[in-house]
Design a protein around this ligand. Structure first.
Ligand code: ME8
Length: 627
């Protein structure tokens, strides 16, 4: 059966960052692994372009939502092209065909009795485009997912009868225990369903940027909720509800990769929508963990977003792919650091793999003019057996989505090759005329590298191809070398440039740092500073410091609460600051003062004696921009 794998479709209110690259590379790895095994697999990615968040982002840039969406969607597509992601579909939710598919799905659900009109009362988080009941909020106000402030909302809405699917979903998970991986994530989903599912509001009426309801309902006040719209993007490019040639059969074997942040949408809402539409359900949902940057959550307002293109330009595409997949076990959170990336590349890629290829080429050229032939493997029996055992174990790591373990084990075959060179010292054997044994060792190592190249293809496709060129093997050898565990007895090697020269940590500056701040500042540069009014909701003394106070400042619905450490303790008591409206720069790089995270800088003026007075404003709502 043809397989189908999807990335989430990314919101266009953010430029692509390392988190998006991670999910996309995992899907690319999945597809290439299937291809290697001879299975056809198609990959879908794309952009999620509707919703209030996008409408607001476009407005703040004086663009129409479509202009803005075009711009960012192209950035995603260009990046995936540059990264050689083997995608087959790039869906945009602003495409006409998608629009018609969403309307069709709404109509079907309606006709199946799963949609009714009611009133929604609750709180809405614009950032997550999600409704919450009071009981789900933190302190009755803040979003339980992103912690930003939500707004109360009471409006007429169409509802999807999610509650009707509670039992069906539980039965489905019982009958198919391995759909969600890692397994502990499955338990969280089941618990959530067992806690009771309320019907889901699936339309909005406060703004216009979305898919309108199907004409037969004749209600232009509402648009379709962005998550229903977005999830359907997995099937509209397959011809659901539009005139694209029908490939819905692909959905019989669908795998979704998602970050843990959006598992609930994929593991509860999406299968319920599909049940309502009488369509097949996903075969697999893989939920991965979260990348932080040097220990801090990645965020535009903190200014620590890692641009994957910068990483690729500094260290290379294959190094980034290897690091992302090898460094962190799938499903766990991980920390992205340049040092960790460079250390990993230098030890695994340069010292172990690159060096092995170099040594093979060096000795083969010196002793045998790059032409090797031998079948006298007897003295290497143990090593050959070890390699076979390792290779047999690899498939289960891919099936159970443990690609870091797959790589860890695969590297053991390269270690066996390096250890054999040290153990048998071919240069000594040559001195005592043991040419056959040396040739056998080099043929064995060529076999290890040939098998290794094929098995590396899903993760390092370019390196694999380069190695295959050097060894003159191709994908047609997969059955012989991997499935049948055979050895080739003849190699005619081609020299290739050294793989993975050693790397050093690069000092990559952010876009802000790249501009020369020593010169005069342009308006553009100034406008990069995000200065906002915020209300102090908490002020505390910092232990062992007579200068610092730690402030919690609420910057309104779009930004939320930030923690800022400020050197004003000599001039203000914590009590005085309570509820004060202050101005602060909120997109400085986060830093730590006396070990406490500070996410910005409160603005103050200094008098001639050096005393500080905070810059405050009267009567304006928290979150207002200064500038
Ligand atoms: O949620 N670490 O889009 P999105 C790891 N449009 N992965 C990360 C990450 C991080 N720090 N940050 C983002 C949406 N991701 C919806 C999806 S699907 C029908 C609609 C990855 O642009 C991860 O895969 O916010 C996460 O699930 C996805 O980007 C969220 O992308």
């Amino acid at each position: 059966m043809v397989k189908y794998v999807t990335t989430p479709i990314y919101y266009v209110n953010d430029v692509p960052h390392i988190g998006h690259a991670y999910t996309t590379i995992l899907c690319d790895m999945f597809k290439r692994y299937q291809t290697l095994k001879g299975n056809e697999c198609l990959l879908l990615t794309g952009t999620d372009e509707h919703g209030q968040k996008i409408e607001n982002s476009a407005k703040s840039r004086n663009k129409t939502p479509k202009e803005y969406a075009d711009e960012v969607s192209f950035k995603f597509q260009n990046l995936w092209n540059k990264f050689d992601i083997a995608y087959d579909y790039f869906v945009r939710t602003t495409n006409e065909a998608h629009d018609s598919g969403v309307k069709k799905a709404f109509e079907e659900m309606y006709k199946n009795g799963d949609i009714y009109k009611g009133h929604y009362e609750g709180n809405y988080c614009i950032s997550c485009e999600t409704f919450f009941t009071k009981r789900q909020l933190i302190d009755n106000r803040f979003c339980p997912d992103c912690k930003k402030e939500t707004s109360p909302l009471k409006e007429e809405s169409y509802f999807f009868r999610l509650s009707k699917y509670e039992k069906k979903l539980l039965d489905w998970y019982k009958e198919n225990p391995n759909i969600i991986m890692p397994l502990h994530k499955r338990n969280e989903v089941i618990k959530f369903i067992e806690g009771g599912l309320s019907d889901l509001s699936i339309t909005r009426s406060g703004f216009k940027w979305g898919v309108s309801l199907p004409p037969f309902i004749d209600d232009s006040r509402h648009i379709i909720y962005v998550w229903l719209d977005a999830l359907l993007s997995y099937i509209t490019p397959l011809g659901y509800g539009n005139d694209i040639p029908n490939k819905m059969y692909l959905f019989n074997d669908a795998t979704h990769f998602v970050g843990k942040d959006i598992l609930r949408f994929h593991a509860i809402y999406w299968p319920a929508f599909l049940m309502s539409l009488n369509l097949p359900l996903p075969k697999q949902i893989y939920a991965h963990g979260w990348w932080t940057i040097e220990g801090v959550k990645m965020s535009k307002s903190i200014g620590n977003v890692v641009n994957p293109d910068d990483i690729v330009n500094a260290y290379g595409l294959e190094v980034m792919r290897y690091f992302l997949i090898r460094e962190v076990p799938f499903g766990q959170d991980g920390d992205f650091s340049h040092k960790a990336l460079v250390d990993r590349a230098n030890s695994d890629l340069s010292d172990t793999l690159g060096n092995l290829v170099n040594r093979l080429l060096g000795m083969s050229e010196k002793y045998f003019d790059l032409n090797l032939e031998s079948e006298s493997f007897d003295y290497l029996k143990n090593e050959i057996e070890q390699v076979s055992q390792i290779i047999k174990s690899l498939e289960s790591y891919m099936i159970n989505m443990m690609p870091h373990k797959y790589l860890e084990e695969l590297w053991k075959i390269f270690d066996i090759a390096n250890v054999s060179i040290a153990k048998y010292a071919p240069w000594e054997m040559m001195k005592s005329d043991k040419t056959d044994e040396v040739q056998a060792l080099l043929v064995f190592i060529s076999n290890i590298l040939s098998k290794g190249a094929l098995l590396l293809y899903p993760i390092l496709p370019h390196t694999a191809r380069e190695m295959m060129k050097c060894l003159k093997v191709d994908f047609s050898s997969y059955n012989k070398l991997i499935e049948n565990d055979e050895l080739l007895n003849k190699f005619s090697l081609t020299k290739i440039p050294p793989l993975f020269p050693k790397l050093e940590v690069q000092n990559i500056s952010t876009a802000e740092e790249k501009s020369d701040l020593k010169d005069k500042v342009s308006i553009d540069q100034f406008s990069k500073l995000d200065i906002r009014v915020g209300r102090v909701i908490e002020a505390l003394e910092v232990k062992n410091s007579n200068k610092l106070l730690m402030l919690k400042i609420d910057f309104g619905a779009n930004v939320g609460v930030k923690q800022i450490v400020s050197g004003i303790a000599k001039y203000y008591s914590p009590n005085e600051l309570q509820d004060m409206l202050v101005c602060a720069i909120i997109n400085l790089k986060p830093t730590k003062l006396m070990g406490i995270l500070s996410e910005g800088m409160v603005l103050s003026a200094e008098d001639s004696e050096g005393a500080l007075r905070l810059i405050s404003v009267d009567d304006i709502e928290a979150g207002s921009k200064v500038g």
